[in-house]
Design a protein around this ligand. Sequence first.
Ligand SMILES: C[S@@+](CC[C@H](N)C(=O)[O-])C[C@H]1O[C@@H](n2cnc3c(N)ncnc32)[C@H](O)[C@@H]1O
Length: 272
Amino acid sequence: MQVLPKTLDELYAGEHIESLFPGGFINFGYYDGIDISSIDWEARIRSQENLYNQIISQIDLRADDSVLEVGIGYGGGPAWVARNNPLSKIVGIDIFEKHIKAAQRNFQHELETYPYLSYQQAVAENIPFADNTFNKIYTIEAFQHFVDQKKFIGEAFRTLKPGGKLGISSFFLNKPQSLAQAAELLPKIALVPRETEHQKDDKHESLITVGQLVEELEAADFYDICVKNIGSHVWLGYDKWVAKTLVPWNHGWLKAYEQGLLDYYIITVIKK
Ligand SMILES: C[S@@+](CC[C@H](N)C(=O)[O-])C[C@H]1O[C@@H](n2cnc3c(N)ncnc32)[C@H](O)[C@@H]1O
């Protein structure tokens, strides 16, 4: 029987992490244009790059933008963005020092080639940059882990320049009551921040539905809120890839989607 991860560290340090998420990325992928009946290693990496492509086109990334990515996994995302876009600055931050070290090791060539790329250990809830620093901030499949998501929204608002864009890409539960059912299919640490996993389901304070997130973004004075559902291009393709790995609990994602418990979204907003 498979041992399920209980902590964030265990979730991302499992021996099969590289087979589920190759290429320095850790995301489910976006499979439009990919033949999901025969996904190979290269196509799986491309699916993760495609997800990045979705969000950077939604936030309208431009040459010379100053950019922050929050929650970078093993660093493949910022390296790929830097490789494909001449920016003024792109900083990738992550809560784990070991993720930053791995990113610096794996993408040393990109760090040398693109001087505007850097990685730094920091948390979403305390972004170590001055007010009005970035034109664009994005986060891919990390928001669900932020222990204080409202604080992250405030930090993103503070560090964005006026008119700057924030993009959040991740899965969200369809209603708060879905958490208990989803947690029967998936490790709870993969679904909600670690502090809430021990709370009673009806007492959680995290923003686990898109509706809750939109309310908080409005309260923080962001405007032009755009919510795009992309689940039809995510879950089935990822499940086909899971079938090629030795991590069976990951089939729970497609089951949770098919049972109407959760779905995948890209949300973008602008700072006033
Ligand atoms: C699923 S991975 C996504 C990685 C990357 N964005 C990608 O799509 O390939 C989530 C990442 O968020 C990081 N993370 C979790 N909580 C965080 C926090 N509070 N602040 C910064 N990073 C965090 C984790 O360590 C992990 O590397």
